[in-house]
Design a protein around this ligand. Structure first.
Ligand SMILES: Cc1cc2nc3c(=O)[nH]c(=O)nc-3n(C[C@H](O)[C@H](O)[C@H](O)COP(=O)(O)OP(=O)(O)OC[C@H]3O[C@@H](n4cnc5c(N)ncnc54)[C@H](O)[C@@H]3O)c2cc1C
Length: 189
């Protein structure tokens, strides 16, 4: 069984067939200028924070060891939704990107969209709203990096306060609300 909560820094976890728990958390390290280095593969550099969330959720498993940790890169679009199309000047190359860390289900949909586009079929996959041009870009560097960190820290603070049933101050809320909502637009107050 897979479980996830509705936070932006969501906790997600599932049981493995051998009785262990696979536990994840979106904590992300931003790549300056989109340079994805080795830092994004292998053991997590934030394993301690992930473990802390796990221990908070499962205090009854306090004596249990953590066997290993792992991390991987994800991309993000400005609105949190993927987009599909033909590469500029290369109409024979299709792309589907911007899954924004939510790709397990949507990449199945993405496969159908790409297949219809590749076969030049005019159907509800190739006509779907995710096939779009003129998608907004994030600001140029260094504003992108600095802005990403600011928004992430505001979100982290907001969700930390919510965990303790405390109200978020207006400044933190205003910055946190700049984060893309993706598939689940929510009332943000
Ligand atoms: C750390 C992390 C956390 C994530 N958390 C979530 C989440 O909570 N929820 C969610 O919905 N999504 C999440 N995602 C995103 C999700 O995992 C991906 O969007 C999704 O798996 C993409 O599916 P895919 O089939 O397109 O690609 P993949 O799952 O990457 O599959 C591609 C496959 O092709 C194989 N392959 C690659 N090149 C070759 C080759 N040349 N020859 C043969 N095989 C090849 C690879 O080995 C791989 O098995 C997360 C991603 C990461 C990295």
């Amino acid at each position: 069984m897979a479980i996830c909560d509705s936070r932006m820094f969501l906790n997600y976890y599932r049981n493995a067939p051998d009785g262990r728990i696979v536990f994840g958390k979106s904590l992300g390290h931003f790549a300056f200028a989109g340079q994805v280095a080795n830092y994004y593969e292998g053991p997590s550099h934030r394993a301690g924070e992930v473990e802390e969330s796990f221990r908070n959720l499962y205090p009854m498993l306090d004596g249990m060891d953590i066997e290993s940790s792992w991390t991987g890169p994800i991309d993000r679009s400005v609105d949190g939704l993927p987009f599909f199309g033909y590469l500029d000047n290369h109409p024979d190359i299709l792309f589907g990107i911007g899954f924004s860390g939510q790709g397990v289900g949507p990449t199945v949909l993405g496969g159908k969209i790409l297949a219809s586009l590749a076969l030049d079929q005019k159907d509800h996959w190739s006509n779907c709203g995710l096939v779009r041009e003129g998608v907004d870009n994030f600001p140029v560097e260094p504003f992108r990096y600095v802005g990403s960190v600011l928004v992430r820290e505001a979100l982290r603070r907001k969700e930390g306060l919510e965990d303790r049933s405390r109200r978020t101050d207006p400044l933190t809320l205003a910055i946190a609300n700049l984060a893309p909502v993706g598939y689940v637009p929510s009332k943000r107050d």
